[in-house]
Design a protein around this ligand. Structure first.
Ligand code: PGA
Length: 306
C-alpha cells in the first residue's frame, strides 16, 4: 500500500465525522479536495472505505480497519511532537490529562501551582468517571490520568500520591450523627444514595461491603458527587464519598461524617500512564510534581488554608 499521511489525515477526519462536508470544514479544505484524497486512498488500499446509504456515509469493514490505524498513527505523531517539544525543555508544550470526577476537587488547585512554575505550558483537562478514564488510557488519548485505583491487569504505570479516604455522610440532624463507633451492620437499616455505574467510588464501596458481608440498601442512583451531597442534605438518604469532595460542606456544618466502625475506607490517588508511552518532559514534570509535592501544595494552597 502506498498511502500518504495526508490521505490518512483526511480519511481520519471524514471517518470520525462521517461526513465529507464536515471533514472539509474541519481541515479547511474544499469538499472536492477531500473526496479526491479519499478516492486516491481507496485506490491505494484496493477496497472501498465508505459506503453510502441514502444521504449518510458509513465505514466499510476495510474503512473501520484503516480508521483504527489512522487514529493510532495520528496519536503517535502527536506523541513524537511532544517528545521533541520535551527535548526543548518542560517550560513549553502541552499537557493533556484526564481525572476522575472526584479528583476534580483538588487537581485544578495542583494545576494552578504547577502552572505558576511553568507558565508556558498549555493544559487540557478532562473530567470524567473511572470507566471513561480507562478508555482514554486504552486509546492513548491522554498523557496522564488521575484516579482512585490502578486497573487490574491493564498495562499502566501507576504511582500513588495522596490518601483518598471514603467516608459515610449524613445531614447533621440524623439520629446517627452524634453516635460513636456505629457498628457496620447498623448501616443495613439505612438507605444509601449511590454513584453511577462506572464510578470508581462506587466500585470501591461495593467491594468493601461485599468483603465485610454487609448488604447495603441502595436507593437513588445519582451521577455526581455534588448531587449526592445535595440529596443527602435534603434527607433522601446517606452517602458514601471521598473526603476530598466534602471540604466546604463539613466546614459549613451542612453535612457530618459518621463515626462508623472500619471507616474510613482507605484508598489512594494514583497518577497513571500507559506502559510504553514516552512521556513528554511536561508530563514527566507534572507526574513528578504530583508524586513529590501534591500533599504540601494542597496544604499551602490559598483556597484550602482559609
Ligand atoms: P469516580 O472516581 O469519580 O469515578 O468515583 C474516583 C476513583 O477513581 O476512585
Amino acid at each position: 500500500m502506498h498511502l500518504t499521511l495526508r490521505q490518512l489525515q483526511v480519511f481520519e477526519a471524514t471517518a470520525r465525522l462521517l461526513s465529507f462536508r464536515k471533514a472539509a470544514e474541519a481541515l479547511h479544505l474544499s469538499q472536492p479536495a477531500v473526496s479526491m484524497q479519499i478516492k486516491q486512498l481507496e485506490e491505494n488500499v484496493g477496497l472501498p472505505l465508505f459506503e453510502k446509504l441514502g444521504k449518510q456515509i458509513y465505514l466499510t469493514e476495510a474503512g473501520r480497519e484503516i480508521y483504527h490505524y489512522s487514529r493510532a498513527i495520528g496519536q503517535l505523531l502527536n506523541e513524537a511532537d511532544e517528545v521533541i517539544q520535551g527535548l526543548k525543555g518542560a517550560h513549553r508544550g502541552r499537557l493533556t490529562i484526564a481525572v476522575a470526577s472526584t479528583a476534580n476537587y483538588f487537581v485544578p488547585t495542583l494545576l494552578g501551582t504547577f502552572h505558576a512554575r511553568f507558565p508556558g505550558v498549555t493544559v487540557t483537562l478532562d473530567v470524567t468517571n473511572r470507566k471513561a478514564l480507562l478508555e482514554h488510557l486504552a486509546e492513548n488519548e491522554v498523557d496522564l490520568v488521575v484516579m482512585g485505583q490502578p486497573p487490574e491487569g491493564a498495562d499502566v504505570e501507576a504511582g500513588a500520591f495522596m490518601e483518598n479516604p471514603l467516608v459515610v455522610i449524613a445531614p447533621p440532624e440524623h439520629p446517627l450523627a452524634q453516635q460513636k463507633d456505629i457498628p457496620l451492620k447498623r448501616l443495613e437499616e439505612e438507605v444509601f444514595l449511590t454513584r453511577e455505574r462506572g464510578s470508581g467510588t462506587r466500585s470501591a464501596i461495593e467491594r468493601f461491603f461485599a468483603q465485610h458481608g454487609v448488604q447495603l440498601n441502595t436507593g437513588m442512583e445519582v451521577a455526581s458527587n455534588e448531587a449526592i451531597k445535595q440529596s443527602v442534605q435534603a434527607g433522601l438518604g446517606l452517602g458514601l464519598l471521598s473526603r476530598d469532595t466534602l471540604e466546604m460542606e463539613l466546614a459549613l456544618g451542612k453535612l457530618v461524617v459518621l463515626d462508623v466502625e472500619d471507616f474510613p475506607i482507605l484508598r489512594h490517588w494514583y497518577v497513571m500512564y500507559r506502559k510504553g508511552k514516552r512521556l513528554s518532559a511536561v508530563a514527566q514534570a507534572f507526574r513528578q510534581f504530583l508524586l513529590d509535592e501534591a500533599n504540601d501544595a494542597l496544604r499551602i494552597a490559598p483556597a484550602l488554608s482559609t
